[in-house]
Design a protein around this ligand. Structure first.
Ligand code: NAD
Length: 468
């Protein structure tokens, strides 16, 4: 079992770039920036390892994934501390660092266990045809900084299970978390099945144009996703694009505001709002508007924010200055646009760290930038509506569609609205809950391709039809 310091000693390059703790500004570790030669080496090694890995078959590969999950569980405390120090999320309380590390082992085990048999398509007097799923080769996995360990596992576990080898390019903001995770996973996996190339956007671009890469799993912003799609065109690398969102929640008039306030809060503020499928704009019927606002303020006031290593905190800092500025500017625009600040909105500027206070802004018009743009931070806009048709129209008005939610005590009414929302997932009376058994992906400019479940396995495989 490693300590956080052991992990840092194993992954740190003393002459590399400093990575700072977003809560304190202190140095967490230093990271090597990959060169083109490093990338070529990693892809070549992964290519060389791929045939033997594929040749092991599903059963043996699944055993390896379970061993990798054991390794994560055996190092869970060290990984959670490293993640908290680099990403900012609290170690223990709420859906934070320990939860993320637990998600890594859960997804590894689930990906190991899904049954995937050849599908018989035709079997009658006219003939026989079946479709099976075979490895693609080398998968390039490019990730963001908000859930760096869990998203890496989402990309890696399914790819490995299907007989591919993987080269990971972590976000330049959170490379240590991914290096630490890969170090632990590689204690269980065969050599070169999983490689990592830390670096910035230029390394991501080089990976997505690399002739030795057969598929790119990309999670990040819509703009970078569009760039990846262009880069992948020449080599026709397959793509899964998990991109940005601006998820709407529609609260119907029959809710009990106090009963739903806790779930609404965590739907929006999980990981201090830095979550792709978090609730990012809330539409509330006028009959319950004041009561929902009041109940949300009551919950939010109970949620301490601070350094993730201090046990009492459930919310942390923004991970980086760029994201802090985006949130601060959007809240200022909301104020200028007539928004009524119910809570927060007044950051302290004389403290270290990128802490932006939990902020709720009511009475906004639907075209205010805090509503119309992805804030990716702890500031939730609340919009009043009187006709559910207007709420559905506003929810569907944007060009992204990752998640959405409907809140109601009437299941049929909620289902009716859910079926009209343009999103990859619509939750009822919850928001953002992901499950390794349930396929997840976006529509519109939130991307395409599914992760998780059997569909997630198929998306990192090539189909082969055999017909006779
Ligand atoms: P980002 O797009 O800035 O960066 C993502 C990754 O792409 C990083 O590793 C970066 O180095 C790399 N990159 C940058 N330029 C590149 C290029 N030209 N070619 C290839 N790779 C390049 O995103 P971010 O700020 O790290 O993450 C936040 C965004 O990610 C938000 O919009 C959020 O909604 C989205 N996100 C989506 C999901 C999902 O599952 N749909 C999950 C998490 C985050």
């Amino acid at each position: 079992m490693n300590t956080c310091q052991d992990l840092l000693s194993a992954i740190t390059d003393p002459s590399g770039r400093e990575i700072l703790d977003p809560a304190t500004g202190e140095v967490v570790g230093t990271v090597h920036e990959s060169t083109t030669a490093d990338l070529d080496d990693a892809v070549a090694a992964a290519r060389a390892a791929q045939p033997d890995w594929a040749g092991l078959g599903h059963e043996k590969r699944s055993e390896y994934l379970h061993k990798a999950a054991d390794a994560v569980e055996g190092n869970a405390e060290a990984l959670a501390e490293l993640l908290s120090r680099e990403q900012g999320k609290p170690v223990k309380n709420g859906p934070n660092a320990a939860f993320e590390v637990g998600g890594c082992s859960a997804w590894l085990r689930a990906s190991a266990d899904f049954p995937l048999e050849p599908e018989v398509l035709v079997d009658d007097e006219s003939g026989y045809a079946e479709m099976e799923y075979v490895p693609l080769g080398v998968v390039g996995a490019i990730g963001p900084w908000n859930w760096p360990m869990m998203i890496t596992v989402w990309q890696v576990a399914a790819s490995l299970r299907m007989g591919n080898t993987v080269v990971v390019k972590p976000s330049e903001y959170t490379p240590l978390s991914v290096l630490g995770l890969v170090h632990v996973l590689n204690q269980a996996l065969p050599e070169d099945v999983l490689r990592v190339v830390p670096g910035g956007g230029e390394v991501g671009k080089a990976l997505s144009t690399h002739s030795g890469v057969d598929k790119i799993m990309f999670t990040g912003s819509t703009r970078t996703g569009q760039a990846v799609m262009r880069s992948a065109a020449d080599g026709l690398a397959r793509l899964t694009l998990e991109l940005g969102g601006n998820d709407a929640g529609v609260v119907l008039p029959d809710v009990d505001p106090r009963a739903i306030a806790g779930d609404l809060f965590w739907g929006a503020f999980i990981n201090t709002g830095q979550t792709c499928a978090a609730l990012k704009r809330l539409y509330v019927h006028e009959d319950v508007y004041d009561a929902v606002c009041e109940a949300l303020v009551g919950v939010a006031q109970q949620m301490p924010m601070g350094n993730g290593l201090e046990e009492k905190n459930v919310l942390g800092p923004l991970q980086n200055k760029q994201q802090y500025d985006i949130v601060a500017n959007l809240v200022e625009e909301a104020k200028r646009g007539g928004g009524r600040v119910l809570l927060g909105g007044d950051p302290e500027t004389d403290q270290p760290g990128y802490f932006y206070p939990t902020t709720l802004v009511a009475d906004l018009s639907d075209d205010n930038p805090l509503v119309a743009e992805e804030q990716f931070g702890p500031a939730l806009p609340i919009v009043k509506y009187s006709d559910v048709e207007d709420a559905i129209r506003m929810a569907n008005a944007l060009d992204v569609g990752l998640g959405a939610s409907v809140w109601s005590s009437d299941r049929d009414a909620a289902m009716d609205v859910a079926r009209r929302l343009e999103a990859g997932t619509v939750w009822i009376n919850k928001h953002g809950a992901v499950d390794p058994r349930i396929p997840f992906g976006g529509v519109k400019k939130s991307g395409f391709g599914l992760e998780f479940g059997v569909e997630g396995l198929k998306s990192v495989a090539a189909s082969r039809v055999i017909s006779r």
